[in-house]
Design a protein around this ligand. Structure first.
Ligand code: SF4
Length: 342
């Protein structure tokens, strides 16, 4: 299949590929980069409205570079993995300041920028600058590992190297930009995770996983490790007028720079309770999973008459009806606020 692979994928793309996604309007690096970063952990349909809002507010790399990080995070609220938004902002500033607002044109150089890994760098340089390089996002990994029966978990170095080598070995010499988009589309719409649509696949006649009826073995699964569970209490203060107290988190670490609620443990809450204007009331517990642990969040609500009834805390802000769009909120804070505001 080696020599025919790219031709088949390209012929399929011309008929069945996606050609009208918002970031395909102009294949220039800025929108392609924003879309690639948004798509890293998120489905296309979810990304589209976020992408449109983001580009409307920051139409160029210089506009993004000049923005406040708070506003960038606020437009990112709901997409999760906020390090991506912080890195976008950092990279915009680097390109604006040190590259006269022009993106580097090779995968190698793009990869030096914050938040741009080898695959994202490859997508930008192949789509926008026609550099003949491979990409290996989640969708493409699935296609390559199945079509060429490359086992093992792609998070392992040896497997990743094999996948990269195979992805590079089948690159076409022409139309690299279309091929790059085609591979992403093939993985997203045909060679999907569960129940791929092999009948519609342009490379099914030579797909090794299909031939051996072993599709579910590819790509290899991540070895299971059980994650520990941690517990925290979030103190939620709400006034009679409906204002809700937030606290901005430190710039680095979990939910860096986002707004959340002050966190404490049970002992701290017990010590604080007598000083509060009303007894804290438990709201529904939430579970939030991170890469390395689960977090059980027990929100405790304190209702007060007015903002002055509670001592100030560091980095506090009050969310109200008038400014509810202004804060980049972590996901649990969003959920708690939704519950409170009904
Ligand atoms: S034949 Fe099926 S498993 Fe193989 S690449 Fe195509 S869709 Fe994926």
């Amino acid at each position: 299949m080696k020599h025919g692979f790219a031709d088949k994928v390209l012929a399929w793309f011309d008929v069945f590929g996606r050609h009208d996604l918002p970031w395909q309007k102009s294949l220039t690096p800025y929108p392609v980069w924003i879309s690639e970063i948004m798509l890293q952990q998120t489905q296309v349909q979810t990304v589209i409205p976020y992408f449109n809002r983001f580009i409307a507010r920051f139409p160029s790399i210089n506009a993004l570079a000049q923005a406040d990080l708070d506003e960038v995070l606020s437009l990112w609220t709901g997409l999760g993995y906020y390090a991506r938004a912080r890195n976008l902002h950092k990279t915009a500033r680097i390109i604006s300041e040190f590259h006269q607002g022009e993106f580097p044109r090779s995968q190698q150089d793009l990869q030096q920028l914050p938040g741009i890994g080898r695959s994202t760098a490859g997508a930008i340089s192949a789509i926008c600058f026609h550099e003949r390089v491979a990409i290996l996002d989640g969708n493409v990994k699935r296609v390559i590992s199945r079509a060429f029966a490359i086992g093992g978990w792609p998070g392992q170095r040896a497997t990743a190297e094999q996948l990269w080598a195979q992805a590079e070995a089948v690159l076409p010499y022409e139309r690299i930009n279309a091929y790059t988009q085609a591979m992403m589309d093939l993985g997203a719409t045909v060679c999907v995770g569960k129940a791929p649509l092999c009948d519609l696949c342009p490379v099914s006649d030579a797909c090794q996983a299909l031939e051996h009826q072993k599709i579910s073995d590819y790509p290899g699964k991540k070895p299971k490790v059980s994650k520990p569970t941690r517990r925290t209490i979030m103190l939620v203060v709400k006034t009679r007028a409906g204002e809700i107290r937030l606290a901005q988190r430190p710039p680095e670490g979990i939910w860096g720079g986002l707004y959340s609620f002050p966190e404490l443990n049970q002992e701290e809450l017990d010590a604080l309770a007598p000083q509060l204007p009303s007894p804290p009331r438990a709201l529904e517990t939430l579970k939030h999973s991170f890469t390395h642990f689960h977090l059980l969040i027990e929100p405790m609500l304190v209702e007060i008459e007015a903002i002055e009834d509670i001592p100030r805390i560091h980095h506090e802000a009050w969310l109200s009806e008038d400014n509810s769009e202004a804060f980049g909120l972590c996901r649990p804070a969003q959920k708690i606020i939704q519950t409170l505001l009904g």
